[in-house]
Design a protein around this ligand. Structure first.
Ligand code: ATP
Ligand code: MG
Length: 525
């Protein structure tokens, strides 16, 4: 609840109000405690107050019980007791539902939430795909080539086409980008296919979420509460946590520096936060740490919700200024260590032993420490958390669907579209290549045909020439025979004349043979 412009979250043992300062809400926070101790209710009390202040909120709903924030709470006996205890009835407490936009990366229990492959980036995508270091490096190069070649990576289809293209042309790219083995690319391709099969393909595409759409208030001036349905998503812990990390880095990129504000621009609650850090490669851990550190100057507060504070790496934990610790049980030495670590993270209160109190807290009770105006953590206090104004528990499908359909963002994100990107461009390139190859083949065939025809024609020409030559020879021979015969015969007759009739005939025949010999030599030459 808002009281004196502050976030009234609990009362201490003397019945005095305990506040979190809105101006310090961007210094992040932690809500920890064993199962069933009141973490989700605390988260709701905080989220409601932020919304009442006009600050938009994001919540991951892992068990479906956050969704109830849409409806006003029910005046049960337990609630009445709590309301009486806090004497809040006359201090503005009223059961209230909140403006909620439901989101779902599977598009079933909320508006379809998408991002693009390139916005996800190779580092986070490698995590979703479960790639090893070598594969992660290769994926990074594939992204670089796509970038250099102006091939947009929107959906998994684009990524598959791109991997295929690089695999086929790996030799050409080796000189500029380094060697990429087909085997490694093949392993990445298989990981992409299995992500596709597990339903991940709906998450990548257009229209991709513009996170600026989350910075909205309702017509009544309440901060919009964005609930990501995570009941199915949590089944794929890596996808869930990587999605949250993507959101953080996306926010980090788009938000301008704003310095200190009197209230945050937006607040994010990450439930089951231990998943964010489980099996996270070092470069990614470093990135998370850096983003958490720097994002507060952009007016964004991040609250991690988890069972045990030890789930959060020290580098991140040290940056969580506002803490709500619900009960922890310590049955084993390892549990005891965890409780000790949690207790040690608070400033001692001389009134009690933190280590002992953590273990004795009842449901809805907590140990808290918030940052004061100077950014100094308060001494730890034992408190009772206020009851929420909204409904504690899940909602039915009909109520959810009505809320989804009536959301202003529903029409913007409901229908997927497939823009021209790597897949389409590479396919076209492939078709063009195929066409060029077919054309070249046809041309080669035609050239071969032409050469064949040419050869046949040349042969025919030669044959004709030979034939002509033979004909000419024959004609010349017969003409020569008769001309020479006649001429020779005449000459012979004249030569043999003095030898009477016999001499004339002999002279004629000899003359004819002689004449034929002379002409045939002439034609041959
Ligand atoms: N501040 C509170 N005001 C009213 N009821 C509360 C409060 N805190 C806890 N409760 C009651 O305790 C129940 C369990 O709390 P909650 O669901 O917040 O636990 P949790 O720590 O989130 O558990 P889990 O780890 O299983 O998610 C609630 O359903 C509610 O009935
Ligand atoms: Mg819970």
């Amino acid at each position: 609840m808002i009281k004196d412009g502050k976030i009234w979250i609990a009362n201490n043992q003397e019945g005095k109000s305990v506040y979190m300062l809105p101006s310090m809400a961007n210094r992040h926070g932690l809500i920890a405690g064993a199962t069933g101790t009141g973490k989700t209710v605390t988260l709701k009390v905080l989220a409601e107050t932020f919304s009442d202040m006009g600050v938009p909120v994001f919540l991951a709903d892992v068990k479906g019980d956050v969704a109830g924030i849409l409806n006003p709470g029910i005046d049960s006996e337990d609630m009445q007791k709590r309301i009486d205890k806090f004497e809040i009835r006359d201090k503005g407490f009223a059961y209230n539902g909140y403006p909620v936009t439901f989101w779902d990366i599977y598009g079933q229990k909320g508006i379809q939430l998408r991002t693009t492959v390139s916005e996800m980036g190779p580092l986070l995508l490698s995590r979703i795909l479960g790639l090893n270091e070598l594969q992660r490096n290769i994926l990074g190069i594939v992204f670089k080539i796509a970038d250099d070649e102006k091939l947009a990576l929107i959906d998994l289809k684009d990524l598959k086409a791109m991997l295929n293209y690089v695999s086929e042309n790996n030799k050409e790219y080796a000189a500029d980008y380094g060697a990429m083995s087909k085997v490694t690319i093949g392993a990445i391709q298989r990981a992409v296919v299995s992500l596709e099969i597990s339903g991940g393909e709906k998450f990548f595409g257009e229209p991709a979420l513009d996170i600026r759409d989350w910075f909205t208030v309702s017509p009544e001036g309440k901060g919009m509460i964005h609930v990501l349905d995570s009941e199915s998503l949590i089944g794929n812990g890596t996808l869930y946590s990587t999605f949250l990390l993507w959101m953080m880095s996306e926010l980090f990129e788009i938000m301008p520096e704003v310095g200190d504000l009197d209230k945050p621009k937006m607040v994010f609650f990450f439930d089951e936060a231990h998943l964010l850090f489980k099996d996270t490669p070092k470069p990614l851990l470093e990135k998370i740490e850096q983003v958490v550190k720097l994002i507060r100057s952009k007016g964004v507060g991040i609250y991690f919700v988890t069972q045990n504070p030890r789930d959060i790496p020290d580098g991140v934990l040290a940056q969580l200024g506002n803490k709500v610790q619900h009960a922890l049980r310590a049955y084993t030495p390892s549990d005891q260590k965890a409780v000790k670590a949690a207790a040690d993270s608070f400033r001692e209160n001389p009134e009690f032993k933190t280590f002992d109190v953590i273990q004795s807290l009842g449901t809805g009770e907590a140990l808290v420490s918030f940052l004061d105006e100077g950014g100094i953590p308060s001494v730890v206090e034992k408190v009772n958390i206020l009851p929420p104004k909204s409904f504690i528990g899940a909602i039915d499908d009909g109520t959810r669907q009505r809320a989804i359909n009536s959301s202003l963002l529903f029409t913007k994100y409901a229908n997927a579209y497939d823009p021209e990107s790597a897949y389409e461009l590479l396919e076209r390139l492939g078709i063009q290549k195929e066409r060029e190859e077919a054309l070249a083949k046809e041309e080669a065939l035609q050239a071969k045909e032409n050469a064949k025809k040419e050869a046949a024609l040349a042969k025919e020409r030669e044959r004709q020439e030979k034939l002509e030559a033979a004909n000419k020879k024959r004609v010349a021979k017969s003409v020569g025979n008769s001309v020479a015969g006649t001429v020779g015969r005449e000459v012979g007759k004249q030569v043999g004349k003095p030898f009477g009739r016999f001499g004339k005939t002999l002279g004629g025949n000899l003359g004819a043979s002689l004449g034929r010999g002379i002409l045939s030599t002439l034609f041959k030459g």
